[in-house]
Design a protein around this ligand. Sequence first.
Ligand SMILES: Nc1nc2c(c(=O)[nH]1)N[C@H]1C(S)=C(S)[C@@H](COP(=O)(O)OP(=O)(O)OC[C@H]3O[C@@H](n4cnc5c(=O)[nH]c(N)nc54)[C@H](O)[C@@H]3O)O[C@H]1N2
Ligand SMILES: Nc1nc2c(c(=O)[nH]1)N[C@H]1C(S)=C(S)[C@@H](COP(=O)(O)OP(=O)(O)OC[C@H]3O[C@@H](n4cnc5c(=O)[nH]c(N)nc54)[C@H](O)[C@@H]3O)O[C@H]1N2
Ligand SMILES: [Mo]
Length: 766
Amino acid sequence: MAAPDELDADVPAAGGWASLASVTGTLFHNEAAVAGAAALRVQNKPGGFMCVSCAWAKPAHPHAAEFCENGAKATAWELTKKRLTAEFFLEHTLTELESWSDHDLEDGGRLTVPLRWNAVTDKYEPIEWSEAYQEIGAQLRTLDPQSAVFYTSGRASLEASYLYQLFARLYGHNNLPDSSNMCHESTSVALPKTIGSPIGTVWLEDFKHCDCILFFGQNVGVSSPRLLHDLQDARKRGVPIITFNPLLESGLVAFDNPQSPRDMLLPGHTQISTQYCQLRPGGDIAALAGLCKCLLDADDIARLSKGGRVLDAEFITEHTHGFEAFERAIRELTWCEIEERSGLKRSELEQAAQTYGAAGAAIAVYGMGLTQHREGVLNIQMLSNLLLLRGNIGKPGAGICPVRGHSNVQGQRTVGITEKPELAPLEKLKELYGFEPPRTPGLATVDCCEGIMNGSVHAFIGLGGNFVRAAPETRKLEAAWRKLRLTVQIATKLNRSHVIHGEAAYLLPCLGRIEIDLQATGPQTVSTEDSTGHVHASHAVADPASPALKSEIAIIAGMAQATVPANDKVKWNEWVDDYALIRDQIARTIPEVFHDFNARFETPGGFSRPVAARDRIWKTENKKANFIAPPTTIADPDAPSDAPGVLRLMTLRSDDQFNTTIYSLNDRFRRVHGTRMILLVNAEDLMQLGMAEGTVVTASTAVDDGVIRQVRGLTLRTYAIPRGAAGGYYPELNPLIPLWHHAKESKVPAAKSIPIRLSIEPISDR
Ligand SMILES: Nc1nc2c(c(=O)[nH]1)N[C@H]1C(S)=C(S)[C@@H](COP(=O)(O)OP(=O)(O)OC[C@H]3O[C@@H](n4cnc5c(=O)[nH]c(N)nc54)[C@H](O)[C@@H]3O)O[C@H]1N2
Ligand SMILES: Nc1nc2c(c(=O)[nH]1)N[C@H]1C(S)=C(S)[C@@H](COP(=O)(O)OP(=O)(O)OC[C@H]3O[C@@H](n4cnc5c(=O)[nH]c(N)nc54)[C@H](O)[C@@H]3O)O[C@H]1N2
Ligand SMILES: [Mo]
């Protein structure tokens, strides 16, 4: 492990001048300089719009510019002046568009007119909105509702999401997977069992009171850069930050605040991590067990010497269950196993445990590095165990902080987008709308892929997103996707899930959140929930990309009216005219969260969801916070570390992408330029494999299930990455993920631990 002060020289700081240059570049590339710059002034501010990029909290007292490099890029990407007109689609067949790169498809600009695929010409051709709704409705009415899937990517507002789930249930299914199924579903499964909350317990103000921050598997400088402000402020108070990540990610090493003239003009930047533990991918259960073991040992010594306890014994006795079994399991683990599995030295873990053990209140932040493993749920439960040992849930400055991805992905679940009927407000829907909601469990993302592949799913409606690119097992999924009877995509930009399509296919262009949404009662406001469970109003500021665009809400209502029988309690038209009426319905459906929704949703900083665990009220079955004894320290049983020639691949995001949206082929922070077809590998592994830097290889999935999964044309790069690990980009490497390779309890694809082998490509093959 490198000491943090050695790191700065090698790893570019997040933020700084390069960040400003990158934003300006994207604004100009999209010819969005004027509209973009005006929009940025109100981004994430009370009275303004909520960023369409990440879900990080929006403070009540924002910075002058409350946006980050990537938020600004997302704004520019949405407000681009580029357009895909009806003429564009008449010039290109979909077969031709399939050969375009992901970047080129989206870079064409905003979709402008509703389209229907014509099988004779192989082109998307304009269609009237009303005709599209009628045809889609007619198709859906001929199908068994159980064979249709209504997917959502996490951008749609609370209002649109509520109507979408109502449409699905009136039609007759719970097949409502969303992007969380590939993301933080591990959190939603793990935390209800340990602390009785499906969401994190940390609010923004806690960062001002914490004494230590632990950071697991989250790339803050790229994925949620505004959180860097909170980290920087904490560092200025002297708060230690201990990071566990296989890679030295620049935002976690150092930060130049592009909004601070002092930071920008003076040399040197805020060092973020005070200790950096470069563990092996999938090494977190072992590392966390090691930290817990150190605390137990230190507590033994404290008790013997009659010093102050290291464990919060009072908290453990009063509030928790399962401590003894947990303690036993941890004491039984050997340091040999912990070091081998985590890839960290005992001394590193002791140092980290000492810092954590000395801190009054600690926050644990985490992301995809924990959720996207076979034992992703256990990863999070181990983090929860570590916090419970010192009573770090339910006190100021402490808690668990999953950093969510899409800007409203958490909120969608709150208003009923879920495939799990027990989590949806079905009784309330029945009472309010007088129908019998379906009780059959719906399909999660993985089940949906399975259904598409085995032919039991016939229709796919996508409210945003790029499903065939984001999901695993790309090759099989793409082939099966073409056999769907109906694909309907509601989207802002063209992507692969539109050019590959079903037998009947519709592409319906919608307004983005930044665009003014004018309905019968005037311009409409929508709302979103951030990562910390705060709900915000979002006021659009930009002119629509095309006069033919409709809002997601209007499109959902249009399709629903053409599909499900009229019901005078379900007032689609009135709701489209006035979104405040939808908020009233949300408040009636889920009053414990949304009471007085319309009165409260302009609250600066958002109004907060109740989180019982913050008050040490545990909504678990036994009404206690639960320790979970780890049954294993192996996070990825399918990716053995000791098989010769096998590397454990983690799929990563670059600095210049938002999920499957690829802004450019560069990854400034990792010093990769002009290509995404690379593999980051350890120099010693390369030597052992007899391969050289720059060699072009084929990666094949190293599992024995009879399926050949390969990605060709990957150039090897040596990188500071643990032995036995490899890194490469999502979504290019998704063809390597077997569909069954997912978190055991949450079904989140295990995208951070894919076992692969490399073979050198003959020059003649390239
Ligand atoms: N600019 C930008 N912002 C985004 C997104 C984007 O694509 N671009 N996507 C959004 C979405 S939907 C999401 S979910 C979030 C994702 O944001 P993150 O949660 O940050 O997810 P990733 O970028 O996939 O990578 C997570 C980090 O985990 C580390 N890691 C990999 N394997 C392990 C492991 O086994 N253990 C540990 N401890 N660490 C590991 C990687 O090195 C990487 O630094 O960001 C959101 N924000
Ligand atoms: N290998 C690997 N796979 C992964 C991951 C990984 O780390 N590794 N991460 C997973 C994660 S965390 C996630 S969240 C998923 C992401 O999966 P998705 O959410 O399905 O994918 P996105 O790339 O975010 O979707 C981009 C598309 O959304 C549409 N869009 C953008 N804005 C709007 C809007 O306002 N309204 C509508 N209707 N459409 C809009 C545009 O057409 C754009 O092309 O991918 C998952 N897949
Ligand atoms: Mo995500």
